[in-house]
Design a protein around this ligand. Sequence first.
Ligand code: SF4
Ligand code: SF4
Length: 355
Amino acid sequence: MGIRQNTTSLKKRDSLLANPTFQFDVLQRSRFESEKFPEFSQVVLKHRQMPLKRTKLQILQLNLGKLCNQTCRHCHVDAGPDRKDQQMSKAILEQALYLIEKYSIPTVDLTGGAPEMNVHFRWFVSQCRKLGAHIIDRCNLTILNAGKNYSDLPRFLADHQVHVVSSLPHYNKSRTDAQRGEGVFESSILGLQKLNRLGYGQPDSDLKLDLVYNPTGTFLPASQSVLMPQFKRKLKQKYNIDFNNLIAITNMPISRFLEYLLETDNYENYMHTLLDAFNPATLEGVMCLDTISVGWDGTLYDCDFNQMLNLKSKLKNPTIFDLDPDTLEGTDIMVHQACYGCTAGAGSSCGGEIV
Ligand code: SF4
Ligand code: SF4
């Protein structure tokens, strides 16, 4: 099933924004002196009287690479079909398995790009499963229809009890395709139906299927409790699709969404939207507290967003080969202006709303 791409990667276009340092400068507003936004780190101090610090590690998030069969407009990773340059190696995945087993890390969260396009994906999932870890696959759904190499992927995910967290910005075709590419909606529906037939998202089934909603413009997501019944009703009525939970996430002002904000002259307005909706209660639940994010080359970050801004974890040797999960608790987190995206309204994390 064909997809017509909406755009190309920033890297392919040699965009200045392909450079994480340039993105960081934009966020720190050194290039936009007309208005300074309050430093996120100072706002945290004001509300908590101390910086954000890690709690016990619960989730090892691995970004398997930026290769993707889609090129969505809002992508914070700058993923796309051309991004074959950064794929996580087997050596790094072997080190991850060592850590998962030794430290009984409960959850392994696989992201990308399309994580399934990493050649080691199936081997790694099988090994994690043997260790009893809860495995999350952040699946774009269209990969399930991406030709013969992936035709048995839904069955593989089901056989390995993988928790599928799949992106579907809207139950409306035109809104989804506008963000993700023409043909994405139809292919996503087909992917969801395949998963449903295998038991995903069905009552009394252990196979969990969640949907990720993100706004199609420069606004904050409505609440999950409002969106989820709408999605359930519309998808069931029209396509006979079931799923477990809907996760609502805020678009982060990073990478291609940052490009969109700048091109449409919406950057300052969007930052104001995030700042005005700052909710201090979310600070106690941001995902960087109990997650560590591993880049394709084994470098450690506090979250996938920091990874894209090349803001390494503050650990002495931020690499998976020197990671000791027992020493993470109480260590500082690298915060910056894009963190306002996690703390607006009900908050936003890989698991959806925070409060
Ligand atoms: S948002 Fe997801 S599916 Fe879209 S290009 Fe980025 S990684 Fe691929
Ligand atoms: S952007 Fe990353 S570091 Fe900042 S609050 Fe969100 S999860 Fe934490």
